[in-house]
Structures are given as structure tokens and as C-alpha cells.
Design a protein around this ligand. Structure first.
Ligand code: C5P
Length: 193
């Protein structure tokens, strides 16, 4: 059985950085599931058709990282049929040997509820806005408004809302450097293996 690490949390919490580092450390495959929703939103047109027709080329678009693509993703991600169209791909990805790390909003709760390791990565709103603003060269105050707007939509939607699984381990990266956050995550996985 392949080993699955499920990582969820709000935008810019550090979950992507932790996911990439865990995949490298353990030699696992990594899927940033947010890309699936960003690429679906960026295709335009009917989002359900876009999700069903998603191809590797869509996931390679360089414009997917923008704040606008994040907002568009969060809007189409509330549509149950869009989410349903993306499940099979995520399950196939998670079934790869020797293991996989998936990060997103509903990995521990919906996509991989049986994952032996579930992490829920958080950070204060201000820290997350400052990080994302630095990454994108944007204004931190405007970023704070955008992130809160997106988190609210992701948490309040009926379909697979953002929330920790009951058995998720919480990692708060507000006062942690990158290396410290990665070490904390590796320690959780080591305990479960
Ligand atoms: O993680 P990222 O910021 O790239 O995700 C973009 C948007 O995609 C999120 O705000 C959320 O609405 C949606 N998403 C989701 N479920 C996931 C991953 C992302 O609904 N597993």
C-alpha cells in the first residue's frame, strides 16, 4: 500500500512548502491540488466542462499563481460537480508507489480520509498576507483582504469546506522559519511510519 500524506490549510499557510519538502525527503510524489482548481478557473467557459477536460498542458500555465487565479479557483471550487470531476485524478495520484503527498483544502477530510498522516497547516492572517505579498510583489494590506475573502469562501461553502480532519495534526507556522516547520512535519511522519 502506498503511503499517503494529506496536507490541508488556508492560503499561504506554508502547506505547499511543507508538502514539497516532505515529498523530497521521503522520495514521494507531490500534487498541489490547488493547481487543479486554478487551471479549471483559468480555462474559462463552463467550469464543469473545464474540470472534466483538464489536461497536463492546463496545469503548466505560468499564469496560475496570480491572486486573480486564486480567487477564480475559489469561486469554481464551490461547485460540487467541479469537485467531483477532479476526484478520480487525485485518487490515482495518491495510489502511486512508494507514496504521495497531496496538499489542498479537503485532502484529509474528503479525498484521502484514510491517509496515515494528516497535517493541518495554519498561520496568522497577517503572516500569511505578508508572505504571499512578498512572493507576488503585492501590497500586504490588499493581500490580507483577498486572503480573508478566499478563506471565508473556502470555509463556508457546503461542498468539502476547508476544515481540519478530526485526526489531523496542527502545525502553526506563524512563528516558525521554513526549516523548523519542515522538521516538525517530518517528525510527525516519522512517528506514523
Ligand atoms: O491552494 P491554492 O491557493 O492554490 O488553491 C486555490 C483555491 O482552490 C482555493 O482557494 C480553494 O478554493 C480551491 N481548492 C479547493 N480544494 C483543494 C485545493 C484548492 O477547493 N483541495
Amino acid at each position: 500500500m502506498p503511503f499517503v500524506i494529506a496536507i490541508d490549510g488556508p492560503a499561504a499557510s506554508g502547506k505547499g512548502t511543507i508538502a514539497r519538502a516532505l515529498a523530497r525527503h521521503f522520495g514521494f510524489h507531490h500534487l498541489d491540488t490547488g493547481l487543479l482548481y486554478r487551471a479549471t478557473g483559468a480555462r474559462g467557459g463552463d467550469p464543469v466542462c473545464a474540470a472534466r477536460a483538464l489536461s497536463p498542458a492546463d496545469l503548466a500555465r505560468p499564469d496560475l499563481r496570480s491572486a486573480e487565479a486564486g480567487q477564480a479557483a475559489s469561486r469554481i471550487a464551490a461547485i460540487p460537480e467541479v469537485r467531483a470531476a477532479l476526484v478520480a485524478f487525485q485518487h490515482r495520484f495518491a495510489a502511486q508507489e512508494p507514496g504521495a503527498v497531496l496538499d489542498g483544502r479537503d485532502i484529509g477530510t474528503v479525498i484521502c480520509p484514510d491517509a496515515p498522516v494528516k497535517l493541518y497547516v495554519v498561520a496568522s492572517d497577517e503572516v500569511r498576507a505578508a508572505r504571499r505579498a512578498a512572493e507576488l510583489g503585492a501590497d500586504p494590506a490588499a493581500m490580507l483582504v483577498q486572503l480573508r475573502d478566499r478563506d471565508r469562501r473556502d470555509s463556508e461553502r457546503a461542498a468539502a469546506p476547508l476544515r481540519p480532519a478530526d485526526d489531523a495534526v496542527l502545525i502553526d507556522t506563524s512563528d516558525m522559519g521554513i526549516d523548523e516547520a519542515i522538521a516538525a512535519a517530518i517528525a510527525v511522519v516519522d512517528r506514523a511510519r
